[in-house]
Design a protein around this ligand. Structure first.
Ligand code: F0G
Length: 433
């Protein structure tokens, strides 16, 4: 049977190839629902494809095709491939965070440097199914980089609405380089999302923000792949940053589906971490989700500078499904955690470091217990936002005093001076130990 679209609120169903983002009946968010009856879905099916050279199963998204979009014809799939990102065991960072076992899955290792490629391969594939010629999104920078790249791959016109002047340089460069039509608008992300939805309706453009349920189907594969890398042994916690809440919504759906299909024997708890200045989900969580108040967002983690997340309701559901938790961290905590992730040789952009800062906070509060295993998601590559990194280490970021600075040393062309510098430096390091 074909997959269908279904409203999460009123359960109204629609055919899979109807161009729709929200319910016509009640305005609710849509889920893609697959019919798995009669399918043999086993660990072996997915494990046998590991290391495959065959399209599309060489992708860390389409290796799980049956769980992502079982009925799509392979000829429609637009894949680089993506996914197949590393899961790093990091004992030193685990120590710092106060947990026994910590793995960080680095989604910055995707082709355009963020987890967005996983949602973009499924979203652009659906654009092909629907015969759309133009695709668009509003973005804090990573979705737009992925959209621009996948639109180019599929020979579609990519259009991106960028938030005011806060976009990180690496991300802006990608959108332009990959050839999308880039419009920098004097509005924040939340307003740009409204604008792109209106303009796209007028001009028959396909919207590829995470309000599009096909995006989330691809993003589910982060959970599938992490669990497969753990040989299907379920960790106690999944921790990720939250902005527009597409990723955490996708994680909830993925975990529920794996459990319902008998592919995992328990559901890990999902912890969503927000930046303090962009924390409407956290604020609602403290009120037991009784009401939701959008806010004007401000944070150094520009990727998650979002005050009115479109997937709020889906994440409330994900928190319920997973007995999850929501936490917030300050910009100072984010940047100090980032310095440690960077210093471990892995590196990430600021928003991703909310994962580690949040894990530490939850462990300190006793929500995450010391013996529990945590899988944290790093969402973006260290090169996405070089200004934030250099600013931190040189102490020039407003309201942030770096706890782990790596000072840039300078010397004249003089051997004695360099030797003195290195001798002093090793003395300083020793003194600090
Ligand atoms: N981390 C990074 C690096 C991101 O780029 C984003 C979202 C998130 C976390 C949050 O994920 O929105 O699913 O809760 N970036 C979007 C963009 C909004 O336009 O690139 P989310």
């Amino acid at each position: 049977m074909q997959s269908i679209l279904q409203c999460m609120d009123c359960q109204q169903q629609y055919p899979i190839n109807q161009l729709l983002y929200t319910c016509e009946n009640c305005g609710g968010l849509l889920d893609v629902i697959h019919d798995w009856s009669g399918m043999m879905l086993t660990h072996e099916l997915f494990d046998n494809r590991l290391g495959s050279l065959e399209f599309p199963y060489n992708s860390g998204v389409w290796r799980f095709k049956e769980l992502v979009y079982p009925t799509v014809d392979n000829s429609m799939i637009v894949s680089k491939p993506e996914g197949n990102t590393n899961l790093y065991p990091l004992p030193k960072l685990a120590d710092w965070a106060g947990v026994e076992k910590l793995y960080l899955k680095h989604e910055g290792e995707n082709p355009t440097g963020s987890f967005k490629d996983r949602g973009m391969t499924s979203g652009v594939t659906q654009a092909q199914v629907l015969g759309m010629e133009r695709v668009a999104c509003a973005s804090t920078g990573n979705t737009s980089a992925a959209l621009a790249s996948y639109a180019a791959l599929a020979d579609l016109d990519g259009i991106i609405f960028l938030q005011n002047r806060a976009i990180a340089l690496g991300k802006l460069a990608q959108g332009i380089a990959y050839g999308a039509t880039c419009i920098r608008i004097d509005a924040d992300f939340d307003r740009n999302l409204e604008l792109v939805r209106e303009v796209s309706k007028r001009l028959n453009i396909y919207v590829l923000n995470s309000v599009n349920p096909f995006r989330l189907e691809g993003q589910k594969s982060i959970m599938f792949e992490a669990l497969q890398q753990l040989k299907w042994q379920v960790p106690d916690w999944i921790v990720c940053p939250g902005g527009n809440l597409g990723n955490s919504a996708a994680f909830g759906k993925a975990l529920k589906e794996l459990y319902d299909l008998g592919l995992i024997d328990k559901i890990p708890r999902l912890a969503v971490i927000q930046a303090k200045g962009a924390s409407p989900l956290y604020q609602a969580f403290t009120r037991e989700f009784e009401d939701f108040e959008p806010m004007k967002a401000e944070t150094i983690a520009t990727a998650i500078k979002i005050g009115n997340p479109v997937n709020y309701k889906k994440v409330v559901r994900a928190i319920e499904w997973t007995n999850g938790f929501v936490e917030m961290v300050t910009d100072q905590e984010i940047m100090d955690a980032k310095a440690l992730i960077d210093n471990s040789g892995i590196g990430c952009e600021p928003a991703s470091a909310a994962t580690l800062a949040g894990t530490r906070k939850l462990a300190a509060k006793g929500i995450i217990k010391p013996h529990e295993t945590v899988v944290g998601i790093l969402t973006g590559h260290v090169l996405k936002d070089p200004d934030a990194t250099i600013g931190y280490h040189s102490g020039t970021l407003e309201d942030i005093s770096p706890k782990h600075p790596n000072l840039l040393l300078e010397s004249r062309d003089d051997i004695e001076e360099i030797v003195a510098l290195l001798t002093n430096k090793s003395d300083t390091v020793k003194a600090n130990l």
